[in-house]
Design a protein around this ligand. Structure first.
Ligand SMILES: C[S@@+](CC[C@H](N)C(=O)[O-])C[C@H]1O[C@@H](n2cnc3c(N)ncnc32)[C@H](O)[C@@H]1O
Length: 262
């Protein structure tokens, strides 16, 4: 089954829902995740930059940015969202369009930049179809003493159910997609109330409606527990920050630092 068209959803999000308020929320959450990391003049690769908010905020924080996304629409979405970041309008943000799993893409990254002080990939690697390979490749692009910042869907007993739901959503015609979406939105609403009123604040500048489409459509879909991620990276990385999902099967956020031995 072909990958969900994230670029189209980001295009709609940017045109219809992006605002100064979203930008401010995204800034707050990015700062929380990267606090204690000095980003100034650090090389920063954002794998699967999507709508580009993290990449743009990192650029505001004076990194030397590079973006990579498999979906060619994301590049124009990023350019559109640059309108909200006039303070960095003269900064060049090089973009590589290609899959992080493909040799061609990795070659292009390595030939032009080699390794990075920070590799950031938020909510991406579990959508590649080969999550563990994608984690391995991303981590291999982190330079000595560099950081790997990733967000990966949490493993929960509901994860397998969601996998089937997402598969069905991507398979059915548009009309049924709408029915699924408008059945899911009230459930999401109730879950948000149960998990605490503070979660009505849409995290990272996202939007309730477009986030719901992203969640239902986001396929391929894999997941991992906190410990599985730590164990997979433990030889080369130490976990220095962890923010668990506020829900059940949402994204756990990890900040790893490369161990001194390399
Ligand atoms: C859920 S979105 C996350 C976007 C953004 N990182 C964020 O934090 O909102 C996943 C993004 O990963 C991209 N993506 C999926 N598979 C990829 C791959 N193999 N290589 C590079 N990007 C990929 C999609 O096109 C999409 O923009």
């Amino acid at each position: 089954m072909k990958q969900f068209d994230f670029g189209e959803n980001w295009k709609n999000f940017s045109k219809k829902a992006m605002s100064e308020k979203n930008k401010e929320q995204a800034r707050i959450d990015f700062s929380e995740l990267t606090e204690n990391i000095n980003l100034t003049d650090k090389t920063f690769l954002d794998i699967g930059f999507g709508q580009g908010l993290s990449l743009l905020i990192a650029t505001e924080n004076l990194v030397i940015p590079v973006g990579c996304d498999i979906n060619p629409k994301c590049s124009s979405v990023l350019n559109y969202n640059r309108n909200f970041f006039k303070n960095i309008e003269n900064v060049n943000i090089p973009i590589i369009t290609g899959s992080i799993l493909e040799d061609e893409t990795i070659k292009e990254i390595k030939n032009n930049y080699n390794k990075f002080d920070v590799v950031h990939s938020w909510g991406v690697l579990h959508h590649t179809g080969k999550m563990w390979k994608a984690v391995k490749i991303s981590s291999s692009l982190v330079d000595k003493k560099g950081y790997l910042i990733i967000a990966i869907y949490n493993k929960h007993w509901t994860s397998k159910i969601w996998k089937s739901v997402k598969k069905i959503y991507n398979f059915v015609p548009k009309f049924f997609k709408k029915i699924m979406l408008f059945t899911y939105i009230p459930l999401l609403f109730i879950r948000t109330i149960i998990s605490g009123i503070k979660n009505f604040r849409q995290i990272r500048g996202m939007d309730f409606y477009y986030d719901a489409i992203d969640w239902l459509g986001g396929y391929p879909y894999e997941f991992a527990s906190k410990q599985e991620i730590i164990d997979f990276l433990k030889n080369d990385f130490e976990l220095i920050k962890y923010i668990p999902t506020w829900g059940f099967s949402g994204c756990n956020q990890f900040v790893f630092k490369r161990k001194n031995s390399r």
